[in-house]
Design a protein around this ligand. Structure first.
Ligand SMILES: *Cc1c(COP(=O)(O)O)cnc(C)c1O
Length: 398
């Protein structure tokens, strides 16, 4: 089977061969339960876990005790939202977040609203940033948590996280950020910022699926998070369940690689991104979404007026690209992120996202750009000629 070129690194990434290699012994020789403290099988599994904890901590500027393993970004986010709720529900619980978060933040919050939680969903500017002063103004005496996405998975915009963290700390409110997309694409140092909680996921950084972590700042008074999973008391009771040792070892290795190679990798992807912006700016009647400067180095989001994205995607069989976000590919529901930055419904369903990554080559980028532009020209030409396929195009102005 002919494989399309992969331009969907926001949805997932391949496991780096070095990561896979680090994991292999933990499926076989070191298969023990990391909680078995009585014998060598447990000790070697535990050794792998603790090494990984240190590798993750090192990438973030954290200490190993501040890292808790989870099953991924979704669980890390849920752990924060639900954990804060369970700890504070009896005293009144107000959350502040934004309209451009991942579903793994928005859905637990929607659920909690049906149970009495109060939630403020702040709007963003037309590039997708939340304004720190809006956060400050939304904080109330019963506000328990502010959660803001670091780098947006659809439009790539990076939020002013350090300023927001500063505001929250000054007002004595917990601050969480979903850094699943941002990790490795920028320097994140929890010692230099006041972030209290931070979510990461392995499969977005060339590690395996189904494993992630939550950074929980060690400070006094202690951050109180009621556990989501209860059982054997692993992870100091915050997250019970036998640890996914091979997955954790892989996440650790992914972080170690990012610490060394992340900056150079990002500089390379930034060049590809600039090239794509430059070429795409020549497409008539198109718009780049998000902040052009404060942006994830691997994201390109473009609205092609008059051409529905699902139609364009099926015309581009040789490219694995996505509409606004992976979660809404099956349906033609306009992306709430694109709507939040002021795109119309028409524009939102005419948007394509490219995600570049470690294994993207210059040749792939150049070919991809040419194929993309000629597919658009083709579709627009056909629609002017009034071919039957033109009904799939959604504008009369093309
Ligand atoms: C992928 C993603 C998640 C979910 O992470 P999983 O490990 O797939 O559960 C959360 N937030 C953002 C921003 C993401 O891109």
């Amino acid at each position: 089977m002919h494989k399309p070129t992969y331009f969907d690194y926001h949805a997932s990434t391949p496991v780096d061969p070095r990561v896979l290699e680090s994991m292999m012994p933990y499926f076989t020789e070191h298969f023990g339960n990391a909680s078995s403290k009585q014998h060598a099988f447990g000790w070697s599994a535990d050794f792998g876990v603790e090494k990984a904890r240190k590798q993750i901590a090192d990438l973030l500027g954290a200490t190993a005790q501040e890292i808790v393993f989870t099953s991924g970004g979704t669980e890390s986010n849920n752990m924060v939202i639900m954990g804060v709720w369970e700890s504070f529900r009896d005293q009144g619980c107000h959350f502040i977040t934004t309209q451009v978060e991942h579903k793994a933040i928005l859905e637990p919050l929607h659920y909690l609203e049906t149970h009495g939680a109060k939630v403020t969903y702040l709007p963003v500017d037309n590039e997708g940033h939340v304004r720190p002063q809006d956060i400050a103004a939304a904080i109330r005496p019963e506000t328990r948590l502010v959660s803001v996405i670091y780098g947006n998975n659809e439009i790539g915009t990076i939020n002013p996280i350090d300023d927001i963290a500063e505001i929250c700390t000054a007002k004595d409110v917990l601050f969480h950020t979903d850094a699943v997309q941002a990790l490795g694409k920028m320097n994140i140092d929890v010692q230099k910022t006041k972030i209290d909680l931070l979510s990461i996921s392995a499969h977005k950084i060339y590690g395996p699926k189904g494993v992630g972590a939550l950074y929980i700042r060690k400070r006094s008074p202690r951050i109180r998070l009621h556990p989501l999973m209860m059982g054997g008391g692993q992870e100091r009771g915050i997250r019970s369940g036998t640890l996914n040792v091979p997955g954790i070892v892989g996440l650790g290795k992914s972080c170690e690689i990012l610490k060394i190679e992340g900056p150079a990798e990002c500089a390379r992807l930034r060049e590809y991104q600039n090239y794509m912006f430059q070429e795409f700016s020549k497409i008539p009647d198109s718009l780049i979404n998000g902040d052009l400067k404060n942006r994830l180095c691997n994201n390109i989001s473009i609205t092609i007026n008059g051409i529905r994205s699902n139609f364009l995607i099926s015309a581009l069989k040789d490219m694995a690209i996505s509409t606004g976000s992976a979660c809404s590919t099956q349906s033609v529901v306009p992306s709430y992120v694109l709507m939040a930055i002021g795109r119309s419904e028409e524009e939102a369903v005419s948007t394509i996202r490219f995600g570049l990554g470690r294994f993207t080559t210059q040749n792939e980028v150049e070919c991809g750009v040419r194929t993309f532009i000629s597919a658009i020209e083709d579709l627009r030409k056909k629609s002017r000629l009034g071919s039957p396929s033109s009904e799939a195009l959604n504008g009369s102005h093309i």
